[in-house]
Write a protein that binds this ligand. Structure first.
Ligand code: CU
Length: 645
């Protein structure tokens, strides 16, 4: 097998109900909608993606058999702001559902990103504000298209907007974030392609010190980095068939869409010839980045990068040797542009194996005999560039049955200009006159769990210290207390450091060889508290961030923690709305939503480009097996020379 195969999996006809739409299907879905419900010259396609099939379709699916195939389409009319949703039967090329969705805004499209800068730079009010700051070379002004949020301003009502911040580039490739143009925000109407308003919060000097990080600006590099080659002479240990991945005992399917980016389906573990389900579907449902500065236009900074932009749309084409090392299998992603036409992000998803240190080891104290196994993990990853930041979604599958998710955040921190004499109360100075505001990155992962079947329950496990007394004379006793999370209202939980809390997802029926319910444990590795006021607009719109755990009864339309249309939303959608009816959760099909994040008090070392910082969680088998499932991992070939006298 060659080192890398860039595989265009979705060119062919779909082979499985979970396969993302093929380019042909994207084209046919848009054409069917246009034919039946043409919105005219202002028609834009927000989304053309797979309408995922009912679980029964997947359960009954046999390779080679036919299966229903539907597309979800969201289109809108730029001339009146109306948003429409369609479902298209792709076997009949027919729109089977068409409905107007009142009072919502589609997300910011790829087209809007360039439009915002062009519109702002052409506006006389924006140019005047720049001139007041001594900037007349308009072409060097970088305008970032932030989402606008919803602050109840009457002139913004009913419009699809971007609220911008701007920077100055001393030349084309210069790092503009070293030169914030402080206090200047244009509010751009995306559908009318005009500046609605220029908010000028007062002139400040533009910091001029260049802070470039790119290789093109650097002539001196450390000279002691020797080659490190990853060699897999017999090829990697995974097998990819269509979108299905098989590695060690793991089985899953790779999916991808514009909004969530990487989606994993049907994650299962082959145990003694039997495929046992763990997760039906796993995807990043939403994220939000609230910033802590109350002034200027900065109070509006809280991007919902999944729902307002789409981390799939903004995915990178990954490159061998740079993003990924070793024997790589890439997956291309086919998405729809605003006209509903298909386009490809080549190598959007990377699959490879990594050495992961030791898997387990013991030296017999009395005989000196050593037994050690090396661990390797399978990595499925995708990296998205969202304005100044990069987000890398990394799923890791381990040989001991555990799964680990890691979000890698890198790129350039968002910056602001510090006025002379101003104390950086809400940020850290990272360059003379430049500071980076305190902020958080809060992610929400939707885990449609299926531990040994669809019927699961979620149990909160606390560890408690017992009081000293007759039963605990030496004060050393501690034990666990398990509480079944019975309904949705009572299943909105936070971590408790003092209780070393974790949550277990148990099968309703299956028992291991010791008679225990088979289960996976959700280990919250990156819980963060929120600092936004409960009544703030950002907390109302991103209520998911106030709890590390939410559990809901499965519903196929409940996919996104802040609702399907978070852009400029007024809040309340998604998890808070769905859980109002307090549905029962015991021994039924449940969905676990985990919020986790990065509390980012910036460091000078995070600038001018930020080394990767990470947040994530782990899923550990907890009674899913009866013993260490990795006893059968063979000793490495070089064991005789490295491990034994
Ligand atoms: Cu950050």
């Amino acid at each position: 097998m060659p080192d890398a195969i860039a595989e265009t999996l979705t060119h062919a006809a779909p082979g499985h109900p979970f396969d993302p739409l093929t380019p042909d299907e994207i084209r046919r879905a848009s054409a069917a909608v246009r034919a039946a419900h043409d919105l005219g010259p202002g028609m834009m396609f927000e989304t053309v993606s797979l309408h995922e099939p009912d679980k029964s379709v997947v359960k009954d699916f046999r390779a080679g058999a036919s299966f229903p195939r539907e597309a979800f389409v969201c289109a809108f009319d730029r001339t009146n702001g109306q948003v429409w949703e369609a479902r298209v039967d792709l076997l009949a090329d027919k729109v089977v559902d068409w409905r107007h969705v009142p009072g919502v805004r589609p997300r910011i499209l790829f087209d809007d990103i360039t439009l915002v800068g062009e519109v702002a730079r052409a506006d006389p009010r924006f140019r005047e504000a720049l001139a007041r700051r001594g900037i007349t070379d308009i072409e060097n002004v970088q305008v970032d298209p932030w989402s606008a949020g919803n602050y109840g301003l009457p002139d913004e009502e009913g419009r699809r907007l971007s609220h911008t911040f701007c920077w100055y580039r001393s030349e084309k490739n210069d790092n503009g974030y070293a030169h914030p143009i402080e206090g200047l925000c244009a509010v751009v109407d995306l559908d009318r392609a005009e500046v609605l308003r220029v908010d000028d919060y007062g002139v400040a000097d533009v910091p001029r010190l260049d802070r470039n990080y790119a290789a093109r600006y650097r002539s001196v590099f450390r000279d002691d980095v020797k080659p490190l080659e990853i060699v897999q002479p017999a090829g990697p240990s995974f097998v990819v068939e269509g979108n299905e991945v098989r590695w060690q005992k793991w089985r899953f399917r790779v999916g991808f869409n514009a909004r969530e980016g990487l989606v994993l389906h049907a994650i299962g573990y082959e145990d003694d010839g039997r495929l046992r389900s763990v997760l039906h579907r796993a995807a990043l449902s939403e994220m939000v980045v609230p910033y802590g500065h109350p002034g200027g236009g900065h109070f509006r900074k809280n991007a919902f990068d999944v729902g307002e932009y789409g981390i799939g749309v903004l995915a990178n084409s990954l490159t061998l040797g740079c993003d990924c090392l070793g024997a790589i299998r890439y997956f291309d992603a086919w998405l729809a542009d605003s006209k509903g036409d298909p386009y490809c992000i080549e190598s959007a998803v990377c699959l490879h194996e990594e050495d992961f240190g030791i898997l387990w080891k013991h030296t017999d104290l009395f005989t000196g005999e050593v037994d050690v196994r090396r661990a390797r993990r399978l990595v499925v990853s995708s990296i998205s560039t969202i304005g100044n930041y990069e987000y890398g979604s990394f799923w890791y599958f381990h040989q001991d049955g555990s799964i680990h998710f890691e979000m890698k955040a890198t790129g350039i921190m968002n910056t602001a200009g510090l006025r002379p004499g101003e104390a950086p109360d809400y940020g850290t100075i990272v360059s003379p006159g430049v500071y980076a505001h305190y902020h958080q990155h809060v992610f929400n992962m939707r885990l449609d769990v299926a531990v040994d079947g669809e019927r699961n329950r979620v149990v909160e496990v606390d560890t408690v210290a017992l009081p000293m007394g007759a039963d605990n004379p030496y004060g050393n006793a501690f034990t666990t207390r398990a509480t079944v999370l019975a309904t949705e209202q009572g299943a909105q939980r936070n971590v408790d450091f003092n209780a070393a809390r974790f949550w277990k997802i148990e099968s309703a029926e299956a028992r291991n060889g010791l008679g225990q319910p088979t289960a996976y444990k959700l280990l919250p590795l990156s819980p963060i508290p929120t600092f936004s006021h409960p009544q703030s607009m950002v907390t109302r719109r991103a209520a998911f961030m106030t709890r590390q755990l939410w559990v809901t009864a499965y519903h196929p339309e409940e996919l996104y923690a802040a609702g399907r249309y978070p852009n400029q939303s007024s809040g309340g959608d998604g998890l808070p709305a769905w859980t109002e009816s307090d549905r029962p959760l015991v021994d039924t099909d449940v969905v676990v939503w985990h919020s986790f994040g990065l509390h980012h008090i910036p460091r000078p070392e995070d600038f001018p480009v930020q080394p990767v910082i990470t947040a994530g969680f782990a899923l550990h088998p907890t009674g899913f097996f009866t013993e260490n499932p990795a006893l059968d991992v063979p000793p490495s070939a070089s064991r005789m020379s490295c491990c034994v006298d």
